[in-house]
Design a binder for this molecule. Structure first.
Ligand code: CA2
Length: 145
């Protein structure tokens, strides 16, 4: 199984700003933790990050036929992006939405995801653990495809 972990805008800043919300682990740290766990399970993990909505669309489109599952932290685009929603629906690669923070315990605008209806499920609020839970969810989704 191949799993694409895709990260949206500003997640390249993880570990450098707002550690009280997002923790002190960097995205590079998360990548190595998830890749190690994936390797233990024989899962090929690819990690990508982009600050650009269009580039995220391009990456999702090119995942078709290349990745079995996408684990996606769309960051701020969660709450705004019709383009990413259309792309996930159109390409049909099963996608799991993840968040580091509990988006339902924060500002009202974060409670609404434009992407959740076209994703297989949502994981939110477990810090770096949301990425490891995303890997578990990818296993379940792949087994029931
Ligand atoms: O909790 C999450 O994972 C979020 O996707 C993070 C997004 C936020 O807009 C979502 O509502 C929830 C923000 C990502 C920005 O990451 C930063 C990291 C360090 C410092 C500042 C921002």
């Amino acid at each position: 199984m191949k799993v694409l972990f895709l990260n949206g805008p500003n997640l390249n800043l993880l570990g450098q700003r707002e550690p009280e919300i997002y923790g002190s682990t960097t995205l590079a740290d998360i990548e190595s933790i998830v890749k190690r766990r994936g390797a233990d399970q024989g899962i090929d993990v690819e990690f990508r990050q982009s600050n650009s909505e269009g580039e995220l669309v391009d990456i999702i489109q090119s995942a078709k036929g290349r990745a079995d599952v996408i684990v996606f932290n769309p960051a701020g685009y969660t709450h705004t992006s019709v383009a990413l929603r259309d792309c996930i629906a159109a390409t049909g690669v099963p996608t799991i939405e993840i968040h580091i923070s509990n988006v339902h315990a924060r500002e009202g605008f974060r409670r609404h995801s434009l992407l959740a209806p076209v994703c297989r499920g949502q994981i939110s609020g477990f810090g770096v653990g949301s990425y490891l839970l995303g890997l578990e969810a990818a296993n379940i989704v792949n087994a029931t495809k």
